[in-house]
Design a protein around this ligand. Structure first.
Ligand code: GLC
Length: 553
């Protein structure tokens, strides 16, 4: 077992290799078909062997589970479906014993409608101090039958729900069960200080801040207009996003976090543009990292990746913040699936039997090539459970199994995120593919998952799992995370060539094979790429070069 003490000078989080765990779907210990803490603890050895140095747990707090736990009804406890606080402490202690740090998910933008704060607010009169914890407003129209403004929920429909029998409505930017807190109220700020302290005192190593760019709303909650708002696949701008006032909260939290040793805060600040606005979240007195969603959602292609990498390294560098690279998560269709679509890297809101089906092998080939590019980049890296197995989405799940509120709130127009949240296949031949000691699984697993099972991949030196282990080991040994990237002249415009320290990558985004220079192959996205041979299309290789190629002018 490794100890957490290191000789390094850079803080651990600058090149953090973090593994996102969606607890419901990771490992079930008690046979109820839902993953739990004991299941995670039982797989820490697997994670240590993978070589990651931290895990991020998506919400495990008491919750009606209207949005997979992102609807919290008590911030300082554990939902019985996942275990108890004691089980959490055991997980934390055992993870630390393996040298694995633990980041938890803080959901400050909204509470569940079952949170005592909201129940108290509903029971109180309009205008009361209790209602000030949320955004209650009188409805418009003669009988207050219209919502207070024209905002729409990110999950579809109006962002307002009316209190039955009253003039007042309340704001929910996500599902109707996730009610937005009023961060202009000092009592809310104080309450969250206590929540942060509760978990930091318990020993967690970091916080992932959910919907970090939503907390503060423009004064007066003005209507969305073409002038004050932009909603595209790349940018969310409007009176409910990225308001300057949000930074006071992060400065306050950073002061608090700095009273502890070495903890990290990571922003989920979705589609904040231009990048100079995202950089504001990671200034030296605010959060330390912000996920790089441009990288996650990029379409396949040398030019796209090159531009995003350069943009992030340059801009994050202006405030000396590390980049946080990510290719998959519980919110987006898995990378191996997206890269197998006709437009590789497209970002559908889910897939089902009525939509295009991906080319699974091509998607996997590309995902394996892409992780080789991602792993050579300096900065922190966030992996999503199952990506190390090359898992695709479940792309044919019948609607009757769906659980994501996005599906329901959008009246079925968004298929939702269930397809990337399917329970893990640990064993090819066991019931529920080893996810649970029973045959239960809260979402159905596709039959094809047998072929991706971890126990099969353990035995195959060419498997995706073996590739991830090798890349992680090389990344760690060569300190690539704290290194720097240098581009080389590329022989073709569908190829990228770069170096970090003594490791050089060739990645071929096209189909035509590429002649490789002489050099020792230290990792390859496909078997059979040997010294002096060719690099097939949709693949990548790491070389320890005899002679480095020309640096790009
Ligand atoms: C974040 C989470 C997502 C959740 C939403 C509302 O985007 O990652 O899963 O639905 O916030 O909390």
């Amino acid at each position: 077992m490794t100890l957490l003490t290191t000789q390094r000078t850079a803080p651990w989080w600058r090149d953090n290799l973090c593994y996102e765990i969606f607890p419901r779907s990771f490992a079930d210990s008690n046979g109820d078909g839902v993953g739990d803490f004991k299941g995670i603890t039982a797989h820490l050895k697997y994670l240590a062997n993978l070589g990651i140095n931290s895990i991020w747990l998506t919400p495990f707090y008491p919750s009606p589970q209207a949005d997979a736990g992102y609807d919290v009804s008590d911030y300082c406890d554990v939902d019985p479906v996942f275990g108890t606080l004691d089980d959490f402490d055991i997980l934390l202690k055992e993870a630390h014993a393996y040298g694995i740090r633990v980041i938890i998910d803080l959901v400050p933008n909204h509470t569940s409608d079952q949170h005592p704060w909201f129940k108290r607010a509903l029971a109180a009169a309009p205008g009361s101090a209790e209602r000030e914890w949320y955004h209650f407003r009188d409805g418009l129209g003669e009988n207050n039958e219209l919502p207070p403004n024209n905002w729409t929920s990110l999950f579809g429909g109006s962002a307002w729900k009316r209190v039955p029998g009253e003039k007042q409505w309340y704001l929910h930017l996500f599902s109707t069960h996730q009610i937005d807190l009023n961060w202009d109220n000092p009592a809310v700020r104080d309450a969250f200080d206590d929540i942060l302290k509760f978990w930091l005192d318990r020993g967690v190593d970091g916080l992932r801040i959910d919907a970090a760019n939503n907390l503060v709303k423009a004064a007066g909650l003005p209507d969305v207009t073409p002038e004050n708002s932009t909603m595209t696949d790349q940018q969310y701008r409007g009176p409910m996003f990225d308001q300057d006032g949000v930074h006071d909260i992060y400065r306050r939290w950073r002061k608090l976090v700095n009273t502890y040793d070495d903890r990290v805060m990571v922003a989920e600040a979705f589609h904040v543009q231009p990048i100079s606005r995202l950089v504001n979240y990671v200034r030296s007195d605010e959060l330390q990292q912000a996920f790089n969603f441009d990288y996650q959602l990029s379409q396949w292609g040398a030019t796209n990746y090159r531009a995003i990498i350069d943009k992030y390294l340059t801009n994050m560098g202006t405030v000396n913040a590390p980049c946080s690279w990510v290719t998959s998560s519980h919110d987006q269709v898995r990378i191996a699936t997206r890269l197998g679509l006709t437009t590789p890297g497209a970002t559908p809101m889910g897939l089902d039997s009525t939509t295009e089906q991906p080319n699974e092998q091509l998607g996997l080939d590309r995902a394996r090539a892409l992780i080789m590019l991602t792993m050579i980049l300096p900065g922190a890296l966030y992996l999503y459970q199952g990506e190390e197995l090359g898992l695709p989405n479940h792309t044919t799940m019948e609607p009757r199994f769906r659980q994501d509120p996005r599906f329901f709130d959008s009246n079925g127009t968004m298929i939702g995120r269930d397809g990337q949240r399917i329970p893990m296949p640990w064993k090819a031949k066991a019931p529920a593919f080893g996810f649970s000691p029973s045959d239960k699984s809260w979402l159905p697993q596709p039959d094809s998952y047998a072929g991706y099972a971890a126990d099969l991949q353990e035995k195959d030196k060419h498997s995706t799992l073996s590739l991830y282990r090798r890349l992680i080991a090389l990344r760690t040994q060569n300190a690539l995370g704290t290194g720097s990237l240098q581009w080389f002249d590329s022989p073709r415009n569908d190829v990228l060539v770069a170096r970090n320290g003594s490791v050089c990558i060739y990645i071929n985004f096209g189909y035509a094979p590429l002649d490789l220079p002489a050099g020792r192959v230290i990792a390859q996205s496909r078997p059979g790429i040997d010294k002096g041979t060719q690099l097939p299309g949709n693949s990548a290789v790491w070389l320890a070069l005899d002679e480095m190629p020309h640096t790009q002018a």
